[in-house]
Design a protein around this ligand. Sequence first.
Ligand code: NAD
Ligand code: UDP
Ligand code: UDP
Length: 327
Amino acid sequence: MHLEKRILVTGGAGFLGSHLCARLIAEGAQVLCVDNFFTGARRNVEPLLDHKHFELIRHDVTFPLFVEVDEIYNLACPASPVHYQHDPVQTIKTSVHGAINMLGLAKRVNAKILQASTSEVYGDPSVHPQTEDYWGNVNPIGLRSCYDEGKRCAESLFFAYRHQRNLGIKVARIFNTYGPRMHPNDGRVVSNFIVQALLGRDITIYGEGSQTRSFCYVDDLVDGLIRLMGTSHDVTGPVNIGNPDEFSILELASTVITLTGSSSKIVNRPLPQDDPRQRRPDISKAKEELSWTPRTKLKEGLIQTIAYFEQLLSDQGLRATLNADSA
Ligand code: NAD
Ligand code: UDP
Ligand code: UDP
């Protein structure tokens, strides 16, 4: 007999997943965290391991999974360009086979299921800010396509299961999110700049730094996902979840340098292929349907994130590894 809600979080040992698991446990749920540890790590969920309502399973979602749960958050998928481009075929399998398996599971046990989709479905957008009814501008064969098209196909699968099987689906389009427990080596801009600043290394701006992103703090994001899961059957999304405060990458670099008091210099590196020039969510739908709005200003969130990386880098072994990687 169980009284608590049983919740499956795939990719639960990753950056967002670990915060989500901690929040769900704090709210009294039983959490089953499934992860193949490709980019996630046991240490991200270390504080939860002894909790009687928490269970961690090593499993790859491209293979079927048979468990009994009430809700599924499908987060399994590498999210940083460096990681998802490392093995593009596996990235597509994770998005597509992973979605099919989790939808099959949701259908069998009649669970609600939420997909962690992404602003990348809009590609290099020609509409600004991005609204959910914009279909996007994605290169289907470019370097980013394994991720972008994989996520687009997953959305399509979610809606196909909805139309054919009336599944309780929720699709969240997540915009650039940052915070403690980002992987120090995953190449994303916030973690890169903070680690570079703290180590006194050059801050690497790709291109001129005029491209923009809108950064959402992880606690706000998790709150948005939980609210979306809590909506009624008729609310499916897709719904943008992100912070509409937009910054150029150059502005981000300057802010990180100021907040860390670093003496690092800014250097320019080539812009990667198909790098989106601008990105900002229109969050009217999230405000209306979820009564959600992000609360954390970029500076506040960066201060928390910098504190996390300072602590992490005080581990001498890790500092040596990062220095060796950059050598
Ligand atoms: P992350 O890389 O830290 O987490 C992904 C997790 O999924 C990792 O723990 C990884 O080991 C696991 N994983 C990967 N492939 C798997 C597989 N085949 N089977 C089981 N587990 C697997 O990234 P994140 O930032 O926490 O992203 C989580 C989700 O949110 C992803 O689906 C990502 O696409 C989405 N998202 C994130 C952002 C962001 O800014 N962080 C933006 C848009 C969308
Ligand atoms: N599946 C799973 N766990 C379950 C139920 C299904 O992993 O509890 C997988 C199943 O192996 C299949 C996929 O989900 O590959 C899709 O299931 P569905 O029932 O929709 O498809 P079908 O089996 O009818 O092709
Ligand atoms: N970027 C950068 N320097 C870095 C890492 C990233 O200038 O060291 C840029 C990157 O080219 C992109 C933006 O920062 O324009 C955000 O990159 P990230 O990989 O974090 O996310 P995404 O491109 O998927 O939004």
